[in-house]
Design a protein around this ligand. Structure first.
Ligand code: 6GU
Length: 251
């Protein structure tokens, strides 16, 4: 039922972590297919050239559309139930948990996600334009945050992990995903503790050892709200129920 994820890059070795941990296990168990492809396999010249100087001048090199086109025409599967081409770029729309959920739905409905990882100053803009014009491909230019990386590989890793863990059968205990729906309540997670109850003079909060699940729930929600207000006030402003905002306004 699950579709697949393909990653095209000039540094396949960068994607080695996909052999490890939950994603590696999902791949070896056949829950998720991930293909990593070397863009240079689609070059035709002796030097396996993938880039050239930018029209209009300026620093650095730009990746050639002809090489990307032959690679992506091969990698994008006509037999998949849908095809989404993700172009990681700091100039893209921001990657979020909501987008991870959308992409996971596509994959578990038999769709394909293909990542085109650019390096240097990026990929010739006609590649995004060409595939966006095709009615069997959806193109998304995606950024994982407001900072600059050397290429799209790490972003493809981030997005692949965030998507894969949402697929049925990838995470052993699906309850860990349910707990996270606190995330969809727009709050950061509350702090967590384990044994020993005292470590370097620091005690686990008494309430967590009380066995009173009502009090524990109340305490955790309060800590989550407090943490979110301090660290990510932008999240509280967006997601707090109206009553909270009115109460603040009256104060
Ligand atoms: Cl997707 N690519 C690169 N090169 N830098 C980034 C990024 C992506 N997202 C944030 N910075």
């Amino acid at each position: 039922m699950n579709g697949r994820i393909d990653i095209v890059t000039i540094f396949p070795g960068y994607l080695a972590p996909l052999d490890l941990s939950l994603v590696g296990k999902a791949r070896s168990e056949g829950v998720l297919d991930v293909g990593v492809h070397d863009l240079r396999d689609w070059t035709a010249d002796r030097h396996r050239t993938v880039d050239d100087t930018p029209f209009g001048g300026g620093a650095g090199m730009v990746m050639r559309p002809d090489v990307w086109g032959t690679a992506l025409d091969d990698v994008l599967l006509t037999e998949a139930d849908s095809r989404t081409l993700v172009l990681p770029t700091p100039a893209g729309e921001r990657f979020t948990q909501a987008m991870a959920e959308e992409l996971a739905l596509l994959v578990c409905a038999g769709g394909q996600i293909a990542f085109a990882c650019g390096r240097y100053e990026g990929i010739d803009a006609r590649v995004a334009e060409h595939y966006a014009n095709r009615d069997d491909v959806t193109v998304r230019e995606v950024s994982i945050g407001d900072y600059v990386l050397n290429g799209g590989e790490v972003a493809a890793l981030v997005i692949t992990e965030a998507v894969a863990r949402l697929l049925p059968g990838v995470i052993g205990n699906p309850q860990s995903l349910v707990e996270e729906s606190h995330g969809s309540a727009g709050l950061l997670e509350y702090p967590v503790y384990t044994k020993p109850p005292t470590w370097r003079d620091l005690d686990v909060p008494e309430v967590l050892r009380s066995g009173d699940h009502g009090r524990i729930g109340t305490w955790r929600r309060a800590r989550a709200v407090e943490r979110t207000a301090r660290r990510r006030p932008d999240l509280l402003a967006r997601h707090a129920p109206p009553r909270v905002r009115e109460a603040k306004a009256i104060d």
